[in-house]
Write a protein that binds this ligand. Sequence first.
Ligand SMILES: Nc1ncnc2c1ncn2[C@@H]1O[C@H](COP(=O)(O)OP(=O)(O)O)[C@@H](O)[C@H]1O
Ligand SMILES: [Mg+2]
Length: 372
Amino acid sequence: MDSTTDIFNAVGRVRDPELDATLSELGMIRGVRRDSDGVVVEIALTTRGCPLRGKIEADATEAARRAGARDVRVEISILEDDERAELMRKARALAQSRAPETSVPRRAPVIMVASGKGGVGKSSVTANLAEALARRGLAVGVLDADIWGFSLTRLLGTKGEIEVRDGKMRPVQSPRAQGSLSLLSMGQLADERRALMWRGLIVQKAVAQFLQDADWSDVDTLLIDTPPGTGDIPMTLARLLPHLGTLLVTTPNSAAQDVAARTGDFVVKSNLRLLGVVENMSAYRCDCGALHAPFGHGGGERLAHELGTDLLGQIPLDAAISSANDDGRPVARDTHVAFDQLANALWPRAENLVPQGCSARLLDALDRAVGH
Ligand SMILES: Nc1ncnc2c1ncn2[C@@H]1O[C@H](COP(=O)(O)OP(=O)(O)O)[C@@H](O)[C@H]1O
Ligand SMILES: [Mg+2]
């Protein structure tokens, strides 16, 4: 084996981060040759101006160097139409053979709302964030992955039961949200069906079913409310959903912050992506103008600092929030400063979860064109 073959093989193992396959699997390496200045690696991309071009070039250069090449140049060309169609076919086949299929579109960021313990307001934050994002014009899906302690049906005030069409569960539209908001929750199964599911299934399986046997194809983003702690559910979610990021909820006191820190640690160690921290039940100003902080100060800020992430919002402790939750009419269904600020800070980060590349968009367009 001569050394250009080694380099060819090494570069072939570089992954296209968007299509999650290697350059060799995708047939994107045109060749490796030597000239008087060193080694030239020829790579063909799907489109000109692909935002991932820089990353692919850098990874390919690095791989070639590791395989012994000293002076490396990467030459980029663009695939012809028929070559691109072939690449997309391969990419789709690979994706199908690897990832368990869910109907969540590739362009839709998935936001998992988590915390170490119960009662800090995960479900309240999920419901209000969903309303705030829907009001911005996004089609928002909500998955209640708290299988035992489901609460989103009550919080969002959705009454309907899950309908099954073409073998897929249809998320139930919230009729009163300002925009498009749909929900799947254990709370939407009639008691007998729920009992059946509880008897027959382990919890993880139920979550997987809500993703794999449901039709989420219309959503622009999916929010997932989770049970407290670091059980298997976040891992199941991460395995099924490549574009998943975690929003950590904590309260201002240090006990909650410690527990949340453990969750944050788990998120980082498990290679899950952390979007940031939201502090709930923060200080509030009463009518007399004084600031009250029954749960203390600074927990969110400290936690964010500890985890090397940002505090994306502070939601005040407010009786109006809890009574609106109880009425199935989250405050953020109408303008609500704290939740709107949280949505504004979070959304650009969530969008970053989805590779802003050329191929994912191309794949979506292709899927639509052939009616998948
Ligand atoms: N910012 C807030 N102000 C007042 N009450 C809140 C606030 N956030 C949540 N709550 C209330 O606190 C309780 C626990 O919230 P919940 O969202 O169910 O927590 P978790 O999902 O973390 O267990 C609920 O009754 C909820 O309405
Ligand atoms: Mg909850």
